[in-house]
Design a protein around this ligand. Structure first.
Ligand code: PEP
Ligand code: MN
Length: 337
């Protein structure tokens, strides 16, 4: 339930309502609003009796919340969330271009790619230092050395960096170096990791699990908001289906649904959806047209030698051409983003 306070409600009246909610064993979560304060009621196992609060001074109305993703849904917070990470903004009208290699391989590799993608128009750099690989024999990432390389890239280019935290063990370390902490598709329902992400002081990019419904995905985001971190970027990256012509099937229909259901920004990763370079550009264009707030694209200056996902990585020149296309498509639909 959402308790909406009157515009004229005093801080004492708001505090009294919070106390009254907490006294009944629920959690009161004040929701920032432009003109008036609203208070979300969480952790109620049964429906809340609105009459208990409607009689209190300063309370204007009580709105029932019907969705299980209370903090993530638009019932408690209608306005779009805009997330700041260094110089980058994600959400509400903007189109954020995130680019970089699958994995951090060396300082030279990352700087080469970062300078190219920045020139093309990227506003954030990506690269994994901890890599979730299907095979234990594949390159697992450089760990802390990789994170230090990302920090050096930020220093050199000014681009904020997004990188994955695979487990709670390394979370503090990733949080220290990253501007945005990525939770990968394979970890979307790692609830211990989600709880840790809820305590993080940095924005989290939550990728959709490879067989997750939209409701499961939004409930995973709910863990992070419930933990106290309001800054979650959702990332659609394709689902596992029977299709053999691409690595995954990009679910673009998720975008308007998520935008209807949630105030959180949503971006698309066409690279992990496609798994093949030739599909990345058309899928990225389609994602821009469907109204995403950003794209995350794998780019490598020498994909044939890449330690992971070379086959789906764009060459820098292709990424630059894609940025041109995306600017044009975004301009057509800018008021709808
Ligand atoms: C990645 O973005 O580096 C990655 C591993 O993607 P996903 O978790 O979507 O497979
Ligand atoms: Mn990859």
């Amino acid at each position: 339930m959402l308790l909406v306070m009157r515009k004229t409600a005093t801080p004492e009246e708001i505090e009294a309502v919070i106390q009254s909610v907490e006294k009944r064993g629920y959690t009161a979560r004040p929701i920032p609003g432009g003109e008036r304060t609203a208070i979300g009621i969480l952790h109620n196992n049964e429906p809340v009796d609105a009459a208990l609060f409607l009689s209190m001074p300063g309370v204007r109305e009580a709105i029932p919340v019907t969705k299980p993703y209370k903090l993530v849904g638009r019932e408690l917070k209608h306005d779009d969330t805009v997330i700041s990470a260094g110089s980058a903004r994600v959400g509400n009208g903007s189109m954020t271009m995130i680019a970089g290699p699958c994995a951090v391989e060396s300082l030279e590799q990352c700087l080469t790619i970062a300078r190219e993608v920045k020139k093309a128009g990227a506003t954030m750099f990506r690269g994994g230092a901890f890599k979730p690989r299907t095979s234990p024999y594949s390159f697992q990432g450089l760990g802390e050395e990789g994170l230090k390389i990302l920090a050096a890239v930020r220093e050199d280019t000014g681009l904020p960096v997004v990188t994955e935290a695979m487990d709670n063990e390394a979370f503090d370390m990733v949080e220290h170096y990253a501007d945005v902490i990525q939770i990968g598709a394979r970890n979307m329902q790692n609830f211990t990791l989600l709880k840790r992400a809820g305590k993080a002081r940095k924005p989290v990019m939550l990728k959709r699990g490879m067989a997750a419904t939209i409701e499961e995905w939004l409930m995973a985001a709910e863990y992070i908001l419930e933990g106290g971190n309001p800054d979650v970027i959702l990332c659609e990256r394709g689902l596992r289906t029977f299709a053999m012509h691409s690595r995954n099937t990009l679910d673009l229909s998720a975008v308007p649904v998520v935008k209807r259901e949630s105030h959180l920004p949503i971006i698309v990763d066409p690279s992990h959806a496609a798994g093949q370079r030739d599909q990345v550009i058309p899928l990225a264009r389609a994602a821009a047209a469907v109204g995403v707030h950003g794209l995350m694209v794998e780019v490598h200056h020498a994909p044939e030698t890449a330690l992971s996902d070379g086959g789906q990585s764009l060459y820098p020149a292709q990424f630059a051409a894609l940025c041109e296309d995306i600017r044009k498509i975004s301009a057509l639909f800018s008021e709808k983003r």
